[in-house]
Design a protein around this ligand. Structure first.
Ligand code: COD
Ligand code: ZN
Ligand code: ZN
Length: 384
């Protein structure tokens, strides 16, 4: 029986307030309005940014349904939707691409005016939510909310992807993979034969490593305080891995020692700490090095640096979502994945049924997982 046009009752993970576990409860998902699509999620990853909302480091409106790294199938479409139809495989976009604002019209820009991250409202563009729990509205998260069996997205926040794509893998292209890979390929534009240092080897940092390697970097130094991350980093292309805890001298000096006193061509900060931001900047060549801020530092933090660090010629830049134009670039990345240009398996350390979402967060907090993928539905749930 068709569910189009009807309210769907389904399971979702609702975060009621910061610093509390999320609970899987029954919610109501309203039908999509004009220019919106309702999506049945098949899989979703858990990203550190979801955890940052739960810890209160990133401020959002509660109650909220988090999750922004999902993939699913269109269940129904609202009025005036012509570019999607029921049955299409899609990835919700945490960074939208409306195609009309000045940023979307700028070739290099990707922070579309419709982004709901910096001054979040947690509702659809018309100011209302499609989620309720026992009749009370629940906020959405960055226009995606993938921790729900069904979600509703505006067409500007969804990309249609290859019908043959395995959703339980390409869900990572919805955030972690693209954020890191894009930072290397699009933000830094890593050159063949160059040297790179990647600070932080979580799912996003490892995706930076994949990007550096596919761009032809000759030396990729992986840096993390958790040595359990090193085998995956080496499998993906890191030529050396080091822990700052093993050295008495500052880690940027160690990086200089490892590059004949030159510093790397490109450094990436993929942790979101102010001290490692400065260490990453100081690790790249003082004249022609580029340092990329990938990790979002906690709201309200400030740093002080010597201007000489940049004055001598270094470039310091940041990126959201790897500078990718989401609606244009996500389908292309899925096609590249299908063409085996990169592999996502090493990033997926755990697969759990959706109900075990809190276990997935515990694995992330304990540093035991790179990515946990939560599966909705009846697929075989196995921990890798
Ligand atoms: N020195 C070295 N390594 C460290 C240190 C340190 N002082 N502290 C922590 N680490 C390591 C941890 O051991 C861990 O391996 C890694 O850093 C961080 O990895 P995760 O698994 O916690 O996090 P990721 O990889 O999922 O994401 C990290 C980001 C910082 C990139 C993420 O939280 C973020 O800020 N994203 C915002 C950027 C963006 O564009 N987002 C788009 C939508 S989310
Ligand atoms: Zn736009
Ligand atoms: Zn994310």
């Amino acid at each position: 029986m068709s569910t189009a046009g009807k309210v769907i009752k389904c399971k979702a993970a609702v975060a009621w307030e910061p610093k509390k576990p999320i609970s899987v409860v029954e919610i109501e998902v309203a039908p999509p309005k004009a220019h919106e699509v309702r999506i049945k999620l098949v899989a979703t990853g858990i990203c550190r940014t979801d955890d940052h909302v739960l810890t209160g480091e990133i401020k959002m409106n509660f109650p909220i349904i988090l999750g922004h790294e999902g993939a699913g199938i269109v269940e129904s479409v609202g009025e005036s939707v012509t570019s999607f139809k029921p049955g299409d495989k899609v990835i919700p976009l945490c960074v939208p691409q409306c195609g009309k604002c000045s940023v979307c019209k700028t070739p290099e820009g990707n922070m579309c005016d419709k982004i709901d991250f910096f001054e979040p409202r947690g509702v659809m563009y018309d100011g209302t939510s499609r989620f309720t729990c026992k009749g009370k509205p629940v906020h959405n998260f960055v226009c995606t909310s993938t921790f729900s069996e069904y979600t509703v997205c505006h067409v500007d926040s969804v990309a249609k992807i290859d019908a043959a794509a395995p959703l339980e893998k390409v869900c990572l292209i919805g955030c972690g993979f693209s954020t890191g890979y894009g930072a290397a390929i699009k933000t830094a534009k890593v050159r063949p034969g160059s040297t790179c240092a990647v600070f932080g080897l979580g799912g996003v940092g490892l995706s930076v490593v994949i990007g550096c390697k596919s761009a032809g970097a000759s030396k990729i130094i992986g840096i993390d305080i958790n040595k359990d991350k090193f085998p995956a980093a080496q499998e993906l292309g890191a030529t050396e891995c080091i822990s700052p805890l093993d050295f008495k001298k500052p880690i940027n000096e160690v990086v200089f020692d490892m590059t004949d006193g030159k510093g790397v061509d490109y450094s990436f900060e993929v942790i979101g700490h102010t001290d490692t931001l400065i260490a990453a900047l100081a690790s790249c060549n003082m004249n022609y090095g580029t340092s990329i801020i990938v990790g979002a530092p906690p709201s309200g933090t400030e740093i002080t640096i010597s201007p000489t660090l940049v004055f001598t010629g270094r470039t310091w830049k940041g990126c959201i979502f790897g500078s990718l134009k989401s609606k244009d670039d996500i389908p292309k990345l899925v096609s590249d994945f299908m063409a085996k240009k990169f592999c996502l398996d090493p990033l997926i350390t755990h697969i759990l049924p959706f109900d075990k979402i809190n276990e997935g967060f515990e694995l992330l907090r304990a540093g035991k997982s790179i990515r946990t993928v939560l599966l909705f539905g009846d697929e075989k749930h196995t921990r890798k």
